[in-house]
Design a protein around this ligand. Sequence first.
Ligand code: SAM
Length: 251
Amino acid sequence: MTMIFIGKLMMSSVIDVNSGIDIPGFKIHQCDAMSLLKETLSNSIDLVITDPPYESLEKYRSIGTTTRLKNSQSSSNQWFDIFPDDNFEELFIELYRVLKKNSHFYLFCDQETAFKVKSIAENVGFKFWKPLIWDKMKMGMGYHYRARYEFILFFEKGKRKINDLSIPDILSFSRVYKGYPTEKPVELMEVLIRQSSLPGEKVCDPFMGSGAVGRASLKNARHFLGGDISSDAYQLSLSNLKNETFELLGK
Ligand SMILES: C[S@@+](CC[C@H](N)C(=O)[O-])C[C@H]1O[C@@H](n2cnc3c(N)ncnc32)[C@H](O)[C@@H]1O
């Protein structure tokens, strides 16, 4: 477990991010998403943005349409474990519990997973608003219309306004090349964070990968609580979040 706070309390290792102190910082764990959430207090998180390794990713990888996700000699990245579709209900129940009453939840997924999980999330209490589109601005792999976008399902617990009504539902940011497998652009995460939280609030990503949500949280003065089951992802996030912290301190 790692905790770092920016500012006077940066060296502290005893202050818990759950204490509500409004100094942006992060707390990350190498652990299963369900364990992280089960240990998180009810009604303690202001925003969840997450990108689980859904089952259909593995299907496309195995038939070779997502070649950039394969392990390769030129990449040190290992492909990660898949989160089974059958586990989404338990995940959503926990996310609903840890989120504060009026809050938002964004889920990255493809169309196949979107159709499966929408009703599961609604059944546990979330209101589904709409799918946002992440436009990657360049075509990827595929046989039946080559892939250029990904869904970001936009859910709500209770009622919370988005902060800027002028933002469109198609968000265009180039994909990250040669990064962690399926790494998302930090700038894309920053849009979601600015729309659905305020400085000092707490953002959670239990499948953090490279820590893109965490980096975007720190850049926008939000606290970050993250986890990933993989040791490589944990180490990468730790390094990325520390670098982000040092850059912010240098400003
Ligand atoms: C799609 S990637 C996330 C990529 C991330 N959004 C980024 O921008 O780098 C999914 C991550 O979930 C992790 N993972 C897989 N199963 C998990 C589980 N049961 N609990 C927590 N993390 C898990 C993988 O190790 C992987 O890093």
